[in-house]
Design a protein around this ligand. Structure first.
Ligand code: FAD
Length: 460
């Protein structure tokens, strides 16, 4: 057998790469990891974690309003962006440090520089110029925000810059209808920024259940976000006072700032994969099988760079499965079915399994249970906010195949619903579960009346 410098070389120290490197190193393998930016990757440095801190910070304004309904007079509340940013950056640095320590404790070596593949067993570190050989190479380079080519696009920020704005804008136009666009629209709105969300499709959150999509757009508007659908940017003009978004329908939107959250693309540019013969899809994603193997026998890929389900826990599980298969003699492939997800919009969304449309298409006859109601927290003072809970059940087997929630704590609730659905729970079993009262989640187990389908508006 050829003598390599390492048993495994991982490119990218994000969610997937770090997990794979740690598990492989703990098995006794000689492992090295290259990271061009900061250890922890998108999730820790410019994704899930800082985003959630921003959601927490921005939710207080709504909580203060609610508090008034309960008799409080919150003393004049004032938000200080620089104070928040400093605290957020300190916490992110702490978390990134933990990732570094965990890698080192597992015995993996870390190179703080960009790497690319030279041949099937060789990588090059770009700063030092060092060439390193490895028996296996794992590509875990994640994704990058995608921006369309249009005049003035350089004036639009993406989520990457949104985490480090020197000052909060007074107004912002957020373009996009996916989870990142909705989350940032909620964040800016909650922090007092006059927020407009524009999306080219007929409704936001493509891929989610149509009832959820209609409901969340309504609720975001109720919280003060202006939602413009069926409209997209043609150009962005920078002016003395801010920016003008020129829209395809001829309208103009003025704002301090424009943010594009129009999707993300796998980050494979400049990695040298084509020259080694690794197959890429049309959008640049590394094509892999269920064991995350590429078509080149010594190269694997996990996480967002493979564009399967682009979520942190998925990248982690793919990385773990790869390391178990290759280094722990435990062939494992991650099951991508029934992965629950959350949107930390305000109010938030939790979903697992099939949408109604998907179930009708795949299964034929389905029973739908749908409840829309005002949670007691808000009815108390006459607040108008409404929740939505929906169950999709296969008619023949009575298996629950989908659960969709919009409302306070939806992401927390969906995690538990996902366990039951993953286990194949039926509606009668679901209904045997006694309610926890008074909660919002009790509605999940008390829905007895089938919802009679009505024509929903067309959804993209
Ligand atoms: P990444 O975490 O992106 O890590 C890739 C790493 O590789 C990066 O550190 C990068 O610098 C490095 N790298 C790239 N190329 C090279 C190279 N050539 N040499 C050396 N290093 C390189 N997911 C959730 O589950 N929940 C959420 O709430 C959530 N919120 C999100 C919010 C935002 C704003 C964004 C952008 C994403 C969010 N995600 C969320 C998605 C989640 O962050 C990703 O799915 C996850 O980070 C993917 O992990 P990964 O290991 O594939 O890649």
């Amino acid at each position: 057998m050829a003598d390599y410098d390492y048993d495994l070389f991982v490119i990218g120290a994000g969610s997937g790469g770090v997990r794979a490197a740690r598990v492989a190193a703990m098995s006794g393998a000689r492992v090295a990891v290259a990271e061009e930016y900061r250890v922890g990757g998108t999730c820790v440095i410019r994704g899930c974690v800082p985003k959630k801190f921003m959601v927490y910070a921005s939710e207080f304004s709504h909580q203060f309003q609610t508090a008034e309904g309960y008799g409080w007079s919150p003393s004049e509340a004032r938000f200080d962006w620089p104070t928040f940013l400093a605290a957020k950056d300190k916490e992110i640095a702490r978390l990134s440090g933990i990732y570094v320590t965990n890698l080192q404790n597992a015995g993996a070596e870390l190179a703080h520089e960009r790497a690319h593949v030279v041949d099937a067993h060789t990588v090059e570190l770009e700063k030092s110029g060092r060439r390193i050989t490895a028996q296996r190479i794992l590509i875990a380079t994640g994704g990058r925000p995608w921006k369309p080519e249009l005049p003035g696009v350089e004036h639009a920020i993406t989520s990457e810059e949104a985490f480090h704005l020197e000052t909060l804008p007074k107004s912002i136009v957020v373009a996009g209808g996916g989870f990142i666009a909705l989350e940032f629209a909620g964040i800016f709105n909650g922090l007092g920024v006059q927020t407009t969300l524009v999306h080219r499709g007929p409704n936001v959150l493509r891929g989610f259940d149509d009832h959820v999509r209609a409901h969340i757009a309504e609720e975001m508007e109720r919280r003060g976000i202006r939602v413009i659908l069926g409209c997209q940017h043609e150009s962005i003009e920078k002016t003395a006072n801010g920016h003008v978004s020129h829209m395809a329908d001829g309208s103009k939107l003025e704002s301090d700032l424009v943010m594009f959250a129009l999707g993300r693309a796998p980050y494979t540019a400049g990695l040298g994969l084509e020259s080694v013969g690794v197959k890429l899809s049309e959008n640049g994603a590394v094509v892999v099988d269920e064991y995350s193997r590429t078509n080149v026998p010594s190269i694997w890929a996990v996480g967002d760079v493979t564009d399967r389900i682009n979520l942190t826990p998925v990248a982690i599980r793919e990385g773990h499965a790869f390391a178990d298969t290759e280094f722990n003699n435990k062939p494992t492939s991650f099951d991508h079915e029934l992965v629950a997800s959350a949107v930390f919009s305000q109010p938030p969304v939790g979903a697992v399994g099939m949408t109604e449309a998907e179930a009708r298409h795949a299964l034929g006859k389905v029973d739908i249970y749908l409840s829309r109601f005002r949670p007691m927290k808000y009815t108390f003072f006459g607040g108008g906010e409404r929740c939505l809970i929906k169950l999709v059940v296969e008619a023949e087997t009575q298996k629950v195949v989908g659960c969709h929630i919009v409302g306070p704590d939806a992401p927390e609730i969906i995690q538990m619903a996902a366990i039951a659905i993953k286990m194949g729970v039926t509606k009668p079993q679901w209904d045997q579960t006694c309610a926890v009262h008074p909660t919002l989640a009790e509605e999940l187990v008390t829905m007895r009346e089938k919802y009679l389908p009505q024509e929903l508006g067309a959804a993209a």
